[in-house]
Write a protein that binds this ligand. Structure first.
Ligand code: NOJ
Length: 552
């Protein structure tokens, strides 16, 4: 196997071609609350991220995406923002943020921040003002509606986290809408003044040097102003946990005006140079919306969906079906992919049995790093961490608490990052961690894997090194091959005369695949018993994977 040293990692694709920095980037997703606590209060912070920047750079990623660190009452752990321009004291100060940007840039890392425009916190000054009366200057900044004559909410819309999407407000004698928690009132993004205010927030952060924005729940940013009832989804009751899933959400989200707002955003961002924008898109219309919001050159650069974050385990069909929608035709945007994040259980725990986890984690990392698009790596994915266990009495996620025990919730993906196996709290904090450290994860801490060549961490770094040096893997085309075996996925990545063949066995058993490829292929990266060499393996051990390059 090719092990690439950290100094070689610096020689990246930027030197190899002139594509915008974000095209084919690998983005390391940090949930700051759980990354590293620099001041012993049990909560990770921006200084903690600064202290770990060398580690992050050593992975060979291009950028960091930080989940929200803005002022917030933390009802939804930062996705309920009460001031878009202030840093929450839990996470530090604006000086810490400025230092983070500067130090990250010195290491060649770009900074992407989360922006939440669909809603604010109910403690945001805009909402405080809006709820005062039906006539004040911000009265139309949120989604307000009169009750029906019988006092019930204006329509049947349901919130993601459970229960109606409406909360009564005695001051205005009206309901306000919230797609998530009632502490997250829905902004009325149809209102041009709201759009203007949002764009001013973006400018504030671009002036501080950020390189990109991840746009939270962007297909929830607008509602149907006619307030029409949603029709039923006709899903099987036994398959759903929330009333939200029992509707086709065609009126409380996914409105046709959203792409026009994207265009307005983009025209502002263009004034700042190569600012990367990536939308988070959930729901049944995700594929269509990913394409729509990134269409042409005037909307967002990229989008990612929940295709690999929930639903059935990864399979050859699933990858073909999902990626096959991105053909590279003119005007098509550029997709991004995530297998893990702060909202989804760890992929290795969702997709593989505990005994096979080591092999599966390597297989999945190789898939993620060779898909056509940008790759998001969630903190700890580079270590192959399984899902953390959080007993009910320690749960913090409001969604998990509300839906216990049907939904295990998001805390298991948010438990603290393990840094030092034998230190208290796995080295995350000297205080009491906000969520318990998971013992299984502590055994895989960074210190146990750093410098250990058979470990997942070295494997991730090495795979990153191969990807960074390859135009084909970062931005090449993708062609699926027929493998004559449903467990085996094979595709070709190509850029000009550089050709990569990527093959994965998703079964835990030996699998054979067939495809006549001709000569000249050399396996340059693999795991599980397939050494580098000129023979393209056709007998694949369980969960094995390889990348081969056409050399002659
Ligand atoms: C998506 C975020 O990833 C999630 O954590 C949050 O709860 C919702 N958006 C609401 O902002």
């Amino acid at each position: 196997m090719n092990i690439v040293t950290p100094s070689e990692l610096k020689l990246g694709k930027a030197e190899l071609n002139e594509a915008p920095w974000w095209k084919g980037a690998v983005i390391y997703h940090i949930y700051p609350r759980s990354y590293y606590d620099s001041n012993g209060d049990g909560i990770g912070d921006l200084r903690g991220v600064i202290e770990k920047l060398d580690y992050i750079a050593s992975l060979g990623v291009d950028a960091i995406w930080l989940s929200p660190f803005f002022k917030s009452p933390q009802a939804d752990f930062g996705y309920d923002i009460s001031d878009y321009r202030e840093i929450d004291p839990d996470f530090g100060t604006i000086e810490d943020f400025d230092d983070l940007v500067e130090e990250a840039h010195n290491l060649g890392l770009k900074i992407i921040i989360d922006q939440v425009y669909a809603h604010t916190s109910d403690e945001h000054a805009w909402f405080e003002e809006s709820r005062q009366s039906k006539t004040n200057e911000k009265s139309d900044w949120y989604v307000w509606a009169d009750p029906k004559v019988d006092g019930t909410p204006p329509n049947n819309w349901q919130s993601v986290f459970g229960g109606p999407a409406w909360e009564w407000d005695a001051r205005r004698q009206q309901y306000y809408m919230h797609n998530f928690l009632k502490q997250q009132p829905q902004l009325n993004v149809h209102n041009p003044d709201v759009q203007k205010a949002i764009i001013e927030v973006m400018r504030f952060w671009m002036d501080r040097g950020v390189d990109g924005f991840r746009m939270d729940a962007i297909n929830f940013a607008m509602h149907n102003r006619a307030m029409t009832d949603n029709p039923p989804s006709n899903k099987n009751f036994a398959d759903v946990t929330r009333p939200f899933d029992m509707q086709k959400r065609i009126h409380n989200q996914s409105q046709p005006e959203i792409p026009l707002f994207m265009e307005r955003i983009r025209s502002e961002l263009n004034k700042y140079g190569e600012i990367f924008t990536v939308a988070e898109i959930g729901g049944d219309e995700a594929l269509h919306e990913m394409r729509d919001y990134t269409y042409g050159n005037e909307r967002l650069n990229s989008a990612y969906s929940f295709d690999f974050l929930d639903g059935p385990p990864i399979s050859a069909d699933k990858v073909r079906g999902t990626l096959g929608n991105w053909t590279g035709e003119k005007n098509e945007g550029w997709p991004s992919w995530a297998f893990e994040n702060h909202d989804a259980p760890r992929a290795v725990s969702r997709w593989a049995s505990p005994e096979k986890r080591w092999n599966a984690a390597r297989n999945y990392m190789m898939v993620l790093l060779s898909l056509r698009g940008n790759a998001f790596i969630y903190q700890g994915e580079e270590l192959g961490l399984p899902q953390g266990e959080v007993p009910f009495e320690h749960l913090k996620d409001p969604e998990a608490i509300a839906n216990w025990p049907r939904t295990l919730g998001r805390d298991g993906a948010r438990v603290p990052m393990p840094w030092v196996k034998d230190a208290p709290n796995a080295g995350f904090t000297t205080g009491t961690p906000w969520l318990p450290v998971d013992a299984k994860q502590a055994a895989l801490a960074v210190d146990t894997q750093d410098g250990c060549s058979p470990c997942m961490l070295s494997f991730t770094r090495a795979a990153m090194g191969v990807r960074r040096k390859s135009d084909a893997l970062t931005r090449g085309s993708m062609t699926f091959l027929d493998t004559h075996n449903s467990s085996v996925l094979a595709y070709m990545r190509r850029y000009e005369d550089e050709h990569y063949l990527c093959v994965f066995n998703f079964s835990d058993k030996h699998s054979h695949w067939n495809h006549h490829l001709g000569k000249g292929w050399k396996v340059v990266f693999s795991h599980d018993g397939m050494s580098d060499g000129w023979e393209v393996p056709h007998d694949l051990p369980g969960y094995s994977a390889f990348w081969a390059k056409l050399e002659k």
